[in-house]
Design a protein around this ligand. Structure first.
Ligand SMILES: C[S@@+](CC[C@H](N)C(=O)[O-])C[C@H]1O[C@@H](n2cnc3c(N)ncnc32)[C@H](O)[C@@H]1O
Length: 248
């Protein structure tokens, strides 16, 4: 396997080890894009990393045009190199919270995202959702797979407890080395072919956000409605892991 495909493969293995339902979410998102947007959609992948979800969309809908958006120079470099033979997938180096995001274009049929938007606080999410409201065509779909806990209540508590128990069991079995988040980043940082991208990453002071209280499910839904989305709901759920869907 060429080395850039190996980098993408090791990213997939690391994310899959953290998120056992990852592939199930991807399959559903691709089916929803196909069912809701036809065979030739224009799709945004928000916080794409090296393009895992963009690639799933491209595989399931070969005529789709996919723009993968991220601001991490290392992950963008891996994605651009590994998917070089996918001319319908392109990568854009952008901050999702930048109000100039609509410069990437309008009239998109769908915007998808996986395990990324929890990096954004409520203000940044509002900016992003307003951008998306301009970028998606009327009737276009937003599909976001992420950990999306409700603000409170007994049901939310129950889900949190079950999740915590599951996470504790998962942690006991959790992989170390390149299949863990930190292990993967240390391995990548040692690779000569990624040294320039890492230098740029350090220059941008790219850091994982502080772990505060996540933006609640209700806040996501309210921000989408405020931005002008007509309908907001959940397409799939496993405890607090959800696919949030909104129709422009
Ligand atoms: C855990 S990774 C998930 C990547 C990919 N979607 C996947 O499922 O494998 C989260 C991604 O979100 C990106 N991200 C976080 N905040 C961002 C922002 N403000 N603008 C652009 N990308 C962002 C990170 O750089 C990272 O690539």
């Amino acid at each position: 396997m060429p080395r850039w495909s190996r980098w993408l493969g090791s990213w997939e293995a690391q994310q899959q080890a953290l998120l056992p339902k990852r592939e199930e979410r991807f399959t559903l998102i691709c089916a929803a894009v196909s069912g809701g947007c036809g065979t030739h959609p224009r799709v945004l992948d928000l916080g794409s990393g090296p393009g895992s979800l963009a690639l799933r969309v491209a595989r399931s809908l070969p005529a789709a045009e996919v723009v993968a958006v991220d601001r991490d120079p290392v992950l963008l470099e891996i994605g651009r190199r590994a998917l070089v033979r996918r001319p319908k997938v392109s990568f854009a180096d952008r901050d999702l919270a930048d109000p100039r995001l609509p410069e990437l274009g309008t009239g998109f049929d769908a915007a998808v995202s996986s395990t990324a938007l929890h990096w954004l606080d409520r203000a940044a999410l509002s900016t992003l959702y307003r951008s998306l409201a301009r970028m998606l065509r009327p009737g276009g779909l937003f599909l976001n797979a992420d950990h999306l806990p409700p603000a409170g209540g007994a049901i939310a508590e129950l889900a949190r407890g079950l999740e915590h128990a599951g996470m504790e069991r998962h942690k006991e079995r959790a992989p170390s080395g390149p299949r863990s988040w930190d292990g993967w980043w240390s391995m990548a940082e040692g690779a000569a072919e990624l040294s320039e991208a890492f230098a740029e990453r350090r220059r941008r002071e790219h850091r994982h956000p502080e772990r505060g209280a996540p933006v609640s499910l209700e806040d996501h839904q309210a921000a989408l409605r405020e931005a002008g989305f007509a309908e907001v709901g959940c397409l799939w759920q496993h405890l607090n892991d959800r696919i949030l869907v909104a129709v422009r």
